[in-house]
Design a protein around this ligand. Structure first.
Ligand SMILES: NC(=O)c1ccc[n+]([C@@H]2O[C@H](COP(=O)([O-])OP(=O)(O)OC[C@H]3O[C@@H](n4cnc5c(N)ncnc54)[C@H](OP(=O)(O)O)[C@@H]3O)[C@@H](O)[C@H]2O)c1
Length: 235
């Protein structure tokens, strides 16, 4: 996937990591960047095409795909974090996380798949998380949704290969955005993560594991569940 001359659409392109993707794409020479947001009036970046898109509203997703017929790169970035825990979290929060990260991402990708096919295949970049691989009880709804989003990303990658669409997944730990503004933890610069993700996409990587915490957790997966939860291991 060559970014120069591409036509990209970034969901959640108004702020956070999405805004950094928009900036990086413009710098990389994308010929058009659609910055999608629930409320397109929140798009403040210059040189982009604002477009309305709410992941949880099928009509809005279809309308966006109808409007942006020239897209060659879809970046599924938008996401929510409710902080719902495994025992005490409200099921409404679990449903919101699923509707957003899983069904919303799937709906957007299904709706844009024919557009990408008509434009030569192109690519999809899904923004996942280290929490697609590691579950924290205090944010269980988010972790479960990100794990399911990883699963649908893997299915989509295989299926969309038939039409020449490349699918890349981004795994990343804490980033300095509104989503985790209340957490006092080390955070990566989202501009740097956007740059790393797009570099990986251009190289044709299937997964971009962008930071050390994600690399360590990925390594822990093959070492067995005890490696990820040493507190729970016997002996
Ligand atoms: N921050 C982290 O530490 C971290 C770590 C790993 C992965 N991620 C992932 O990175 C991605 C970007 O998150 P961020 O950190 O940039 O968070 P953020 O600053 O909170 O931005 C979230 C974005 O998603 C949009 N959004 C939420 N629900 C939506 C919906 N139903 N329809 C359309 N847009 C919706 C928001 O739009 P509004 O302005 O309308 O609310 C906003 O643009 C997410 O997929 C997140 O899960 C974040």
């Amino acid at each position: 996937m060559t970014l120069n001359g591409s036509v990209a659409l970034v969901t959640g392109g108004n702020r956070g990591l999405g805004d950094k993707f928009v900036q990086a794409l413009l710098e990389a020479g994308a010929s058009k960047v659609y910055a999608a947001a629930r409320d397109p009036r929140t798009i403040t970046a210059e040189g982009v095409v604002p477009i309305a898109l709410d992941l949880t509203d099928h009509a809005s997703v279809l309308a966006a795909a109808e409007q942006a017929q020239d897209v060659t790169l879809l970046i599924n970035n938008a996401g929510s974090s409710t902080g719902a825990g495994i025992l005490d979290g409200d099921f409404a929060a679990f449903r919101l996380e699923y509707d957003t990260h899983v069904l919303g991402t799937l709906d957007v990708t299904r709706s844009f798949a024919p557009v990408l096919a008509r434009n030569g295949g192109g690519a999809v970049l899904n923004v996942l998380s280290v929490l697609s691989w590691l579950s924290l009880p205090q944010s269980a709804a988010y972790c479960a949704a990100k794990a399911a989003e990883w699963s649908i990303t893997n299915s989509l990658r295989v299926q969309l290969a038939d039409q020449g669409t490349h699918v890349t997944a981004l795994h990343v730990g804490y980033m300095d955005t509104d989503m985790i503004a209340s957490l006092d933890v080390p955070k990566a610069d989202p501009a740097e993560i956007a740059r790393i993700a797009l570099e990986g996409l251009e190289k044709g990587l299937l997964e971009v594991v962008a930071d050390d915490v994600s690399k360590n957790v990925q390594a822990g997966l093959s070492a067995g569940v005890e490696a990820l939860h040493p507190r729970l291991a016997r002996g």
